[in-house]
Write a protein that binds this ligand. Structure first.
Ligand SMILES: Cc1cc2nc3c(=O)[nH]c(=O)nc-3n(C[C@H](O)[C@H](O)[C@H](O)COP(=O)(O)OP(=O)(O)OC[C@H]3O[C@@H](n4cnc5c(N)ncnc54)[C@H](O)[C@@H]3O)c2cc1C
Length: 405
């Protein structure tokens, strides 16, 4: 397998060209094809076994790293590919057409793990952490959600950090953190309350290297879906890290996570659209092989209409993330479009997974079939990185509608 194609680093212009007329330019199309082939040839044959065993696919992730996908949106000086978030989203879309566990490992590693270090880190922090993250030899995680609240993160936040000499001392816990407990996890950025003034919380981001005394990583959750990805509860008790592990400015944690999640939503939308498209792929194959009442399933109009609806949903979801990602890389406002893309794509994934399972009949309920994995993996897309209700709240707010009291 060749490495991913080099993506031009021109700030925006090339990427807008990439989606004029909503067709990809040669560079992005080459990347898309490389990842599509990788997903079909390398991931598809083996991922079912990892999924059934609930095992993290280290061998596949190493190959994703060799392909350069963890470095896609980062400059070459950090061992990145010099591309952009649009390229990352394309890769996620193509991976998720085959499997979402590998896709979410890449999404969380890049959009949630490495990206905040790149966006907000000092030159020293970038130089220390990014090269091995970009090479996929190490993974980073982002610890925002707490057991007491994910949507209302500020209201639910109990993790505190205080300065003791030249060290932060962190106490609290985090829930559902992706990539936090693998043997290649190198650093987890946690959000913590670092002060209070006039009833306002001061929230900051602090990098906690894996293995720091006082950081306890819980066992992997037993999950409905994403079974070959790593999701952990974290407990921090008297966890000490150097003061220079503060990421960006003290008190900027809230703004940092809002920006991180806006970008992450576009990536999750691409992943969701990929799952929706994967359902179409599987059904097109199946209805030409399976017969009932003397005809292949594809002969029946009700089946054709179901697949037509699935294709229409996948198409709409793809255009929605194309638009949000193109705005992001062009530096234009994209908050509303990111929320629309995530909401639309999560709906498409859920509905397509349900219809695909129906078309497969009893086999669709058997874990060995990819559509069963799609069915199990789709639900979390309405929950992670902002629930569908949160996306609606963002869209309504962007339309100028006031919140409830
Ligand atoms: C597999 C997995 C991986 C994850 N990975 C990460 C990660 O890497 N890092 C991280 O920080 N987090 C991660 N999360 C957490 C995820 O982002 C949260 O689960 C999500 O934001 C929802 O938060 P919650 O679970 O606390 O639900 P809650 O916030 O308790 O919401 C419960 C329900 O109430 C609804 N609700 C809440 N407020 C309102 C309101 N005002 N109006 C109407 N409805 C409302 C919600 O939409 C939801 O339906 C992960 C979660 C999962 C399941």
């Amino acid at each position: 397998m060749q490495g991913a194609h080099h993506i031009s680093q021109s700030p925006g212009a090339g990427n807008i060209a990439a989606v004029i007329g909503f067709s990809l330019d040669d560079e992005h199309e080459a990347l898309r094809r490389t990842v599509m082939d990788f997903a079909r040839e390398v991931v598809a044959p083996v991922i079912g076994g990892y999924y059934a065993r609930g095992e993290f696919p280290y061998e596949i992730i190493a190959k994703v790293g060799k392909l350069g996908l963890f470095g896609l949106p980062f400059p070459e000086q950090y061992s990145g590919m010099g591309g952009d978030c649009f390229a990352l989203c394309l890769a996620l879309h193509e991976l998720a057409r085959v499997d979402s566990s590998v896709a979410i490992t890449l999404e969380a590693g890049v959009a949630l793990g490495a990206m905040p270090i790149f966006r907000f880190g000092s030159p020293e922090q970038r130089a220390r952490w990014l090269p091995r993250l970009c090479e996929g030899e190490r993974l980073a995680a982002f610890g925002l959600t707490e057991p007491g609240g994910g949507s209302d993160i500020v209201g639910g936040m109990r993790t505190n950090a205080s300065l003791d000499g030249d060290e932060w001392v962190i106490d609290g816990s985090k829930a559902f953190i992706t990539n936090a407990g693998t043997s290649i996890t190198s650093v987890i950025t946690v959000l913590a309350i670092t002060g209070r003034a006039d009833d306002r919380l001061e929230i900051s981001s602090i990098m906690v290297p894996a293995g720091t005394p006082g950081l306890t990583v819980g066992p992997g959750y037993s999950k409905v879906g994403w079974c070959a990805s790593d999701t952990r509860e974290l407990s921090l008790s008297g966890c000490r890290v150097p003061a220079e592990n503060l990421l960006g400015q003290r008190g900027r944690g809230y703004a940092q996570f809002l920006q991180t999640l806006d970008e992450g939503r576009v990536a999750i939308a691409a992943l969701s659209a990929g799952l929706a498209q994967g359902c179409v792929d599987e059904c097109l194959r199946y209805v030409g092989e399976r017969s009932a009442f003397g005809h292949y399933l594809g002969h029946y109009q009700s089946i054709q209409f179901k697949i037509a609806d699935m294709e229409a949903r996948a198409y709409g979801a793809r255009l929605a993330w194309y638009d949000a990602a193109a705005r992001l890389v062009a530096g234009r406002p994209f908050k509303k479009e990111a929320a629309i893309a995530k909401l639309t794509a999560a709906n498409a994934a859920m509905e397509n997974a349900r219809d695909a399972t129906q078309i497969f009949g009893g086999y669709g309920f058997m874990n060995e079939f990819p559509v069963a994995r799609f069915y199990r993996d789709a639900k979390v897309l309405e929950i992670g990185e902002g629930t569908s209700e949160v996306q609606r709240m963002i869209i309504a707010r962007q339309l100028g509608l006031a919140s409830e009291a």
